[in-house]
Design a protein around this ligand. Structure first.
Ligand code: GCB
Length: 865
């Protein structure tokens, strides 16, 4: 009877976990040496609860919250607590789920250890310093200093990257109490119980469970029970064995058979078992650890892609960083849950945990949601800040973080690949000095460690940016180092000829597949910036300022509309991950409508706004009929006509505007478009309906048309609309020929890449972008009648332009003949305003620009009564 009762998982074990969430004091910056002792007075320190970070990085320019705090350095935490009494022999451990980025810990004035790495759990045995039943003092030093070639952080991965490394106790801290003989808590922070699915057929699953034990007392006779329970809690397999445990550690392996297993089958059916190891001694339950177990098979094929339980599944999903606006990395369980809910709503079936180990709860949520997960080591960018292959201590640190990643996450069925690096061939862009980096040796080393730690899961890494100047290595080829590969490729964004994104992505994938026919290939990153307060009338019209402003929301969506079809039609691409699900903290950046945020999210960093690109995927990845009107946030329109776009997964859709039918259109690759739909001044109600299929679905939007009598204005060369002195300039559109140009190209952080130039003009902003070419023409919708046209011209070229002669015709009639702009303006970079009358009939004003001996350069056009 006693034995039966002990099998009951409700009989408590001697393991106690007490979360140390409240009562902490915090101070950022220098402190006296006495800080670790009990006489130190911390009463004027800030009272905080844990999880906590001192950083608050990122803000949206239009909706300013509290100012950004991107302070990097040392933060101190002190906790005075009255500890529970403990029976003799009970061991005390401090469990830190993660500390950003380097931790040192003192208990009752004595240093008990530390940890290097911002993402993994670590535990310290503090029994010798702990005073059960009395007052105890815990002091933690957390250091998130920016890595340099000669500080401690410079020997701990990551050394650089496009994300902010938050400082502090940003995941829970727990006091863990265990008996002398227990399941081992000190195995690289892992659970001590590791279940490996050796075989799964319809008839049975074979599960090998390794349990690591630790005995800090005398040798003793114990009993280990290992059991698997199904989702209802019914025991479906069990082994019981005696264990003679000597002092020290030991490992015990058991084989369990589950008859007719219910598979973990991705999003379709993420069925979970549990595996529990229970250690008993002298009739007592000493310790018990329960871990998730999902029974599945999977494989990656270089030609056919990914197979789960023998069935082909096209993996499509997103990358996720672990910060929220305002909370940084110190997330609540509810915030993690909200993130997974949004990813599920999007229709993703895979998540990339970028660029580091994510919280346990996040992987639990992935198990429960049925996501296939790419888990990642933060070996991001080059292995050294001064070139070369990286120091011994950096290698040791990377190896340690990799073992932690794998042991701590080993039991998550959702995780199906270990990534050992991201863009380790990148260098110049992150300011690496000295010799070109040699990232290959460390990548190979880590790959071997991963294979040894876990022979069952393939390894992978994300490759950077062939053809982009900011990347530089000593010429090492990385492809083929790991079992799988992901390509980070931003066609439509960082690459030349952005409007050719779709073809470029397809060609790159075909080329890589051809070059590496044995290598399963994925797209580990693709995307574009998207600012919800910036809009465009024409994604093809303006200059794409990829690390600057603007980043119109519609352009981001367009890049995804171009990219997904290229991925979808290639079976050999086993997976793709949008970069990124959420806007995230990166103080390298100052772009779009945000400060210190990378704005490539499908959803904003506060999780409040789903951008157009979110809706595109929600429709494209939906198994059920769906339709959504795009461009809803661009309410006040610039022109008397617009292109209406809807996303639908039906073949056709139809549009009504203000109750009148505009017509039916064919939806190609989930995009349905109606061009040049006239808008009346004031509100215009659009309604879109699916055509065909069984259910009729619809969506509606209201757009305010401008009053054309008040003028039509185009900011030539600009991708986004702009308000100037109460006037609206629409983005560049209605144009053929020429090319959009920018005056001041900015790099990361808003820094100008060339010496800043300004045009001497009444409104210099209008000259930030322009259209340039030997010939280009506009066909601008405008009501019939008499108008005045104003052209804002200038000569951007500071070299000799003596022979340049510009001719402009309006509706075929010459209005400017053989004008030397620079001469007339009194030099280059000076505005030249030309005005002339025109009469419009047929609702369109045609303006043709032609130039000999140099380009025509048009900054803006204004048509007014
Ligand atoms: C990349 C990096 C990622 C960046 C991203 C971007 O290739 O892997 O960390 O955030 O590009 O947005 O440029």
């Amino acid at each position: 009877m006693a034995a039966a009762a002990q099998q009951d998982p409700n009989v408590p074990s001697q393991r106690e976990a007490i979360e140390l969430a409240t009562g902490w004091r915090f101070h950022f910056g220098d402190v006296p040496a006495s800080v670790t002792g009990s006489n130190f007075d911390d009463s004027d320190w800030e009272a905080v609860s844990v999880p906590h970070t001192w950083n608050r990085v990122g803000e949206y320019a239009l909706e300013r919250g509290p100012a950004s705090n991107n302070a990097q350095g040392v933060g101190w935490y002190r906790l005075t607590l009255d500890a529970p009494a403990a029976a003799r022999g009970i061991r005390q451990y401090l469990d830190f789920a993660a500390v950003g980025k380097i931790a040192e810990v003192w208990v009752n004035g004595q240093r008990v250890g530390g940890h290097k790495g911002a993402f993994s759990r670590f535990r310290l045995d503090v029994t010798d310093q702990w005073r059960p039943g009395q007052r105890n003092l815990v002091v933690v030093r957390a250091d998130n200093s920016k890595p340099t070639a000669d500080n401690a952080a410079g020997q701990v991965i990551p050394l650089a990257g496009d994300f902010f490394v938050h400082g502090g106790l940003y995941r829970p801290v727990t006091l863990l109490q265990l008996p002398e003989a227990s399941i081992d808590p000190l195995d690289y922070g892992g659970p001590g119980v590791y279940a490996r699915t050796a075989e799964v057929t319809d008839a049975r699953a074979v599960v090998d469970v390794r349990t690591r034990l630790r005995n800090q007392g005398d040798a003793r006779d114990l009993e280990l029970t290992t059991q698997i329970t199904d989702a209802k809690g019914k025991v479906v397999a069990r082994t019981v064995r005696p264990v003679q445990l000597a002092p020290g550690t030991a490992e015990v392996s058991d084989r369990l058979i589950v008859e007719r297993p219910h598979r973990w089958d991705g999003r379709a059916d993420p069925y979970l078992y549990k595996v529990t190891a229970t250690l008993r001694g002298k009739g007592k339950v000493l310790d018990r650890v329960t871990q998730p177990l999902g029974l599945r098979t999977f494989r990656f094929d270089a030609d056919q892609g990914f197979f789960l339980n023998g069935r082909h599944v096209k993996l499509h999903g997103v990358s996720r960083h672990q910060d929220w606006l305002g909370s940084g990395w110190a997330l609540t369980p509810e915030q993690h849950e909200r993130d997974m809910e949004l990813i599920e709503e999007l229709g993703a079936n895979t998540v990339r945990q970028a660029h580091y180990q994510h919280a346990d709860i996040w992987s639990d949520l992935a198990d429960e949601a049925g996501m296939v997960v790419w888990a990642e080591l933060p070996y991001v960018t080059a292995p050294s800040l001064s070139g070369g292959k990286g120091s011994e201590s950096l290698w040791a640190n990377a190896e340690q973080q990799l073992r932690e990643l794998i042991r701590q996450n080993y039991n998550h069925p959702s995780i199906m690949m270990w990534a050992v690096g991201n863009e380790v061939d990148s260098a110049k862009g992150f300011g690496i000095k000295g010799d070109p980096p040699k990232p290959l040796a460390l990548l190979q080393h880590l790959n071997e460690i991963a294979k040894r730690e876990d022979p069952d899961r393939p390894t992978t890494f994300a490759d950077c940016c062939e053809g982009l100047g900011m990347m530089q290595t000593a010429g090492e080829k990385l492809a083929g180092t790991a079992d799988l590969i992901g390509y980070n490729r931003y066609y439509g964004w960082y690459y030349p000829k952005p409007l050719e994104a779709r073809a470029q992505l397809g060609e790159m994938l075909d080329k890589m597949h051809g070059e590496h026919p044995e290598l399963p290939i994925s797209v580990s990153e693709y995307g574009a910036g998207g600012a919800i307060s910036q809009h465009t009338d024409d994604v093809t019209g303006g200059f794409i300022n990829f690390v600057g402003r603007p980043h119109p929301e519609e352009y981001e969506a367009w890049v995804h509309e171009q990219s997904w079809p290229a991925i979808k039609e290639r079976d050999f691409v086993f997976a793709s991950w949008v970069w990124n699900m959420f806007d995230f903290a990166s103080d390298l950046r100052d772009e779009g409508d945000a400060v210190d945020l990378n704005d490539k999210g499908l959803v904003t960093a506060d999780r409040k706004v789903k951008k157009d690109a979110f809706w595109y995927y929600k429709v494209a990845w939906s198994d059920t009929p769906a339709i959504h009107l795009a461009g809803k946030r661009y309410v006040d329109r610039s022109y008397p006509a617009m292109t209406v776009k809807a996303y639908a997964n039906s073949p056709k859709a139809s549009l009504t505007m203000n109750g009148r039918a505009v017509g039916e259109t064919i939806c190609v690759d989930f995009v349905c478009e109606w061009r040049n739909v006239p808008l009346v001044p004031g509100p215009n109600k659009a309604q879109v309906t699916t055509v065909g299929g069984e259910a009729v679905l619809d969506d509606a939007a209201t757009w305010n048309g401008p009053d054309p009598e008040k003028g039509v204005r185009i900011d030539a060369g600009n991708l986004a609309t702009r308000n100037l002195d109460g006037q609206r300039f629409g983005s560049d559109t209605f144009v053929t020929g020429g090319a959009p140009m920018v005056l001041n190209l900015v790099g990361f952080g808003g820094r100008s890449l060339r010496p800043r130039r300004d045009v001497a003009a009444t409104r210099p902003e209008l000259f930030e972008y322009w259209r340039q070419g030997e010939a280009f023409s506009y066909a601008v919708p405008a009501p019939d009648g008499d108008w005045t046209v104003t052209l804002y011209l200038f000569e951007p070229n500071e070299e000799a332009t003596a022979g340049q002669a510009l001719t402009v015709t309006a509706n075929g009639k010459p209005v400017i003949r053989g004008l030397n702009v620079s001469k007339a303006a009194g030099g280059s970079l000076k505005e030249l305003v030309r005005t002339f009358p025109v009469t419009v009939s047929g609702g369109v004003l045609k303006l043709d620009f032609a130039s000999v001996g140099g380009n025509a350069s048009l900054a803006a056009v204004e048509i007014s009564r």
